[in-house]
Design a protein around this ligand. Structure first.
Ligand SMILES: [Zn+2]
Length: 148
């Protein structure tokens, strides 16, 4: 077992919920689904106590697992998603987050293009553009974060 700081318990649960029983392959079956900002604590599948829960979903069998900050950033295949995850956590829009929202059909083509063009700019935008940009931003965060 390669050790990137993920513990055995993490892999055991992950593999148990995956189709592929080889952990190296099973880890590729998972995507980040959303983040739950909870008021109470729960446990990551590694055993750590966590408050902010990242729900990951298996692309093949639709199983869902709850993972914490402790582990999510250590999963290589989640690197792209982790940027999005970090953006969500910090309430800061970034391209990974925009891509994730688009993949999940939270925003449409037009919104995707508009927000990709405008999310970094501030001074160049008209009031109307800022209005739309903020609306799309709200939509992205609203679609990816669940509050209890
Ligand atoms: Zn963990």
């Amino acid at each position: 077992m390669s050790d990137k700081g993920l513990n055995k318990r993490f892999y055991d649960v992950l593999v148990k919920n995956s189709e592929n029983k080889n952990w190296k392959k099973s880890i590729n079956e998972w995507n980040i689904k959303n983040i739950i900002e909870g008021e109470y604590t729960t446990k990551c599948i590694c055993g750590h106590i966590i408050i902010q829960r990242c729900v990951i979903v298996n692309k093949i069998n639709n199983n869902e697992l709850v993972v914490g900050n402790c582990c999510i950033k250590k999963i290589p295949s989640f690197k792209k998603d982790f940027k999005a995850y970090k953006g969500l956590k910090d309430n800061k829009l970034n391209q990974s987050l925009i891509n994730l929202a688009f993949e999940k059909e939270i925003i449409d083509d037009w919104e995707y293009n508009f927000i990709t063009e405008t999310f970094r700019k501030n001074k160049m935008l008209s009031k109307k553009q800022i209005y739309y940009r903020d609306k799309i931003k709200e939509k992205i965060f609203g679609g990816l974060i669940t509050n209890e």
